[in-house]
Design a protein around this ligand. Structure first.
Ligand code: SF4
Length: 358
């Protein structure tokens, strides 16, 4: 029995039961693939179900506002996925009459759909014979066949794509791609592969050579960037005695674009308290930091993104009427019930949940 038959047989017996596997609807498969990028499976399933409940088809998604889409996406992170998905839904409606293209080449022209996602949708929904090559596939194939090409070079990528194309059975491309995904997640795992129960344990070259963990090869070390965020929850009470505070909407091409957060001082290095209070940010606001009343000590959170680590500190500041007037020139005043409905990064949400507004 050849590689793909054994793999698909294993998948038939052991594959995960997932809601989008009961359908060949390309919209459903598309949504699942986008949600599952950078997301744990258990977390992704609940988002997938609520996303389809709110936007049951591409027309509903296309006619939503970006804010509605971001709100539903909240907590999943990597918000450019949601923005691209939304934009692509509009393209599908405007350019394709609401019908997703059936070929991977046309799918890959849509915003946010790369070669992997295009291949996954085309193979699963339309039966196109194309491999969907992602990190799981690199790992499994590099180990079994001892491929020593680096997966972060174009030459290495081509070697893996050719290998996967040769292994792919033309009559079952969707099952093959899903089987490789599951096999990589459930058996040939990154740090703890289950070699002792693996169906390929006798053929796997990396296992025979005793160097499983060396695969897949990379030519470069991932570079990370550290950022230092100092958030200030400037709070007071309105004329009715109800809590109000300031927020801002992120702009530009940085992370979390269009989402809401508290006023932020960002630095490329950690700031000792004296440096924080004398930072030019305060001068630009027109606020004398030394005269502010901070309540409690700062809450620190570390937030890991793919290529950056954010070290964040949250300060709560009780403000006077004069500070209120100054801050109003820069930020938007809001109430807890209104802020609830705004899309916000998970980092901000986590802190917000522990704030006591009484
Ligand atoms: S034997 Fe181990 S390393 Fe090789 S394919 Fe199986 S799980 Fe992966």
């Amino acid at each position: 029995m050849d590689f793909s038959s054994r793999l698909i047989q294993w998948y038939d017996l052991n594959g995960r039961s997932l809601p989008w596997r009961d359908t060949r609807d390309p919209y459903h498969i598309w949504i699942s693939e986008i949600i599952l990028q950078q997301t744990r499976m258990d977390q992704g399933i609940s988002y997938y179900l609520s996303f389809l409940k709110t936007f049951p088809d591409v027309f509903h998604l296309a006619s939503a506002t970006e804010e509605q889409v971001l709100r539903l996406w909240q907590g999943l992170g990597y918000y450019s996925r949601a923005r691209n998905l939304h934009q692509a839904a509009r393209e599908v409606v405007e350019l394709h009459g609401g019908v997703l293209p059936a070929h991977s080449t046309d799918l890959a022209r849509l915003k946010g759909i790369g070669p992997y996602t295009a291949a996954a949708i085309a193979s699963m929904a339309f039966g196109e014979a194309i491999p969907a090559v992602d990190g799981n596939v690199y790992r499994v194939l590099s180990r079994i066949f001892a491929v020593d090409q680096s997966i972060d070079t174009s030459r290495g990528k081509k070697v893996f794509l050719d290998l996967a194309t040769n292994l792919l059975p033309e009559d079952q491309p969707g099952a093959f791609n899903q089987a490789l995904m599951d096999f990589g997640s459930m058996v040939c795992k990154p740090a703890t592969p289950l070699c002792y129960s693996c169906i390929f344990q006798h053929e796997c070259l990396a296992r025979q050579r005793g160097n499983v963990k060396m695969y897949p090869f990379r030519s470069r070390k991932a570079r990370g960037r550290e950022r230092y965020f100092y958030y200030f929850l400037f709070r007071t009470k309105d004329h009715d005695g109800l809590p109000v505070f300031f927020v801002q909407q992120r702009t530009g091409n940085d992370i979390w674009r269009n989402m809401y957060e508290f006023p932020l001082l960002e630095s490329d290095h950690a700031l000792p308290e004296s440096e924080l209070l004398n930072h030019s940010w305060w001068e630009a606001l027109g606020v004398e930091a030394g005269g502010l009343v901070f309540s409690g000590s700062a809450i620190h959170q570390k937030h890991q993104l793919t290529h950056q680590t954010i070290q964040a500190w949250f300060y709560q500041v009780e403000i006077t009427d004069s500070s209120l007037n100054i801050l109003q020139k820069h930020f938007q005043l809001t109430r807890p019930d209104l802020f609830e409905d705004l899309p916000k990064p998970r980092l901000v949400e986590r802190f917000y949940r522990v704030v006591n507004f009484c």
